[in-house]
Design a protein around this ligand. Structure first.
Ligand SMILES: [Ca+2]
Ligand SMILES: [Ca+2]
Length: 98
């Protein structure tokens, strides 16, 4: 597998690792989402001063308003964070070249 394929597989695996906890592996409940963010995105969480971050994420991403995130609803979180990280990466690269 290529590097990107491995990344996609990891993403799917991580989603299911947390989503499967309450027996409903198709969706992340708020509790599961909280655990995922706390465990897998500690750097992101540290930057967020708001203690209600997980509630905000859930509200923002939950398209069908069932208070759970399916994989499709979860992806924009990863995409959004990746975009933010990429901006930092570009800035860092520029600095490094000077
Ligand atoms: Ca679940
Ligand atoms: Ca939903």
């Amino acid at each position: 597998m290529t590097e990107l394929e491995t990344c996609m597989e990891s993403l799917i695996k991580i989603f299911h690792r947390y989503a499967d906890e309450d027996g409903d592996g198709k969706t992340l409940s708020k509790k599961e989402l909280k655990k995922l963010v706390e465990t897998e995105l500690p750097t992101f969480l540290k930057c967020q001063k708001n203690p209600k971050t997980v509630d905000c994420i859930l509200k923002d991403l939950d398209q069908n308003k069932d208070d759970k995130l399916d994989f499709e609803e979860f992806l924009p979180l990863v995409a959004g964070l990746s975009m933010a990280c990429e901006k930092c990466y570009v800035l860092y690269e520029k600095k490094g070249k000077k």
